[in-house]
Design a protein around this ligand. Structure first.
Ligand code: SF4
Length: 376
């Protein structure tokens, strides 16, 4: 195992699974971030039959089925394609789109995302990590979630297009939003964006029509756990759910589907709190990647350690199996990073920042946290 993280520059898809320490990872990107009740059962069946039964919800609101066997991951595709969860075209399946998860049929987010899906073949070749965000509710909520080309609600109330990494964008006429996203993707392609890999790293001057001083509206917040007008929002510890739980949620009376969010929360459409008596709030202030042994880049276990450390941290805790920091790109109040079987720790830092202390054991970490009252 290596101490340095391996940066692959591509994301696993259903058509291009990624090898991990616990088998293949097969990523499913449900259309509009919604899985119907029937599709929930299909995902659960496939996860059990072909994998470990463990499913992660990613920070791009995709589902990752874990532990698939090399020899039969292609068999897992057939039911997913038949259920409309995976496109039969690998290129189309590679297009990542995040939507504000509380959309309603016919609203701006639904209308624009549907239009983009209809025109998806008009997109140019793009690097695998490139993604779109349609965030057209009353206030933007996806600003901290990964996406390269965004449609957002502006402070003026208009809809705007904004390339990631630029603080402002330009107004888009009603009905032109999907075409504007596609045009911006073509500009990215033609101006050499593939070399940068992501929009935020692409410094080329924007076309005039996409460059203006419109700011996104502020004040939008991520969905909270608990009752929601569309159902009940439940937190997932470390973003994970298992196939049996997915089946049970789908079988609840009144449930019509599942909305995926980038915040380790799923919205169970049509559910009521009374039907979910055993579901309590989850501590979402702790981030931890899968770590060892599921990730071949990790030399340390992460999630048991994170649960042990959490009571010693007052703010946000991030435990990362290596410096890549998959579970959290932003700084955390306390970040613990695995390195060659031991741990580095830093305050107000990212997983790849310089550590305050290195080579610690789990007990050393607790002693460190207790000696830093600003962290505990
Ligand atoms: S951060 Fe965690 S999941 Fe990501 S590569 Fe490192 S060990 Fe693996």
């Amino acid at each position: 195992m290596s101490a340095a993280p391996l940066v692959r520059g591509w994301c696993p898809t259903a058509w291009r699974p990624m090898a991990a320490g616990d088998g293949l990872i097969l990523r499913v990107r449900p259309r509009l971030g919604r899985v119907s009740r029937e599709q929930m059962h299909v995902v659960a069946d496939v996860a059990r039959a072909h994998g470990s039964g463990l499913i992660d919800v990613t920070n791009r609101a995709a589902l990752q089925l874990r532990g698939l066997r090399e020899r039969d991951w292609t068999s897992a595709l057939d039911p997913l394609i038949a259920a409309g969860l995976v496109d039969h075209d690998p290129v189309r399946e590679g297009r990542a789109m995040l939507v504000a998860p509380d959309w309603r049929a016919g609203d701006d987010t639904h209308r624009i995302a549907s239009a983009l899906l209809e025109q998806i073949d008009a997109l140019p070749p793009l690097p695998g990590k490139i993604g779109f965000a349609v965030d057209a509710g009353a206030l933007p909520v996806l600003g901290a979630s990964p996406a390269d080309f965004r449609i957002e609600r502006a402070a003026t109330g208009a809809l705007m297009i904004r390339p990631d990494g630029r603080p402002t964008g330009a107004a888009v006429a009603d009905g032109d939003e999907a075409a504007a996203l596609i045009a911006l993707a073509h500009w990215f392609h033609q101006s050499g964006g593939a070399r940068a890999g992501r929009m935020a790293r692409h410094a080329a001057p924007l076309p005039d029509w996409a460059s203006d001083t419109l700011s996104p509206a502020s004040g939008g917040v991520a969905m909270a756990q608990g009752d929601h007008p569309l159902g009940v929002a439940i937190g997932l510890p470390f973003g994970r759910i298992d196939a049996d739980t997915l089946d049970k949620l789908a079988a609840l009376p009144g449930v019509t589907g599942l909305r995926l969010t980038p915040w380790r929360i799923v919205l169970v459409e049509g559910a009521t709190s009374a039907k979910l008596p055993h579901v309590g709030p989850v501590d979402l202030s702790v981030d931890a990647c899968v770590g060892a042994p599921a990730c071949p880049q990790a030399t340390v276990e992460t999630r048991t350690l994170a649960t042990r450390l959490a009571p010693h941290v007052a703010g946000r805790l991030h435990v990362s199996g290596c410096a890549k920091g998959c579970a959290r790109a932003a700084p955390a109040d306390v970040v613990v990073t695995g390195r060659v079987g031991r741990f580095d720790v830093a305050l107000n830092a990212r997983a790849d920042d310089a550590p305050a202390r290195s080579g610690l054991s789990a007990d050393d970490l607790i002693a460190f946290l207790e000696s830093h009252p600003d962290a505990a």
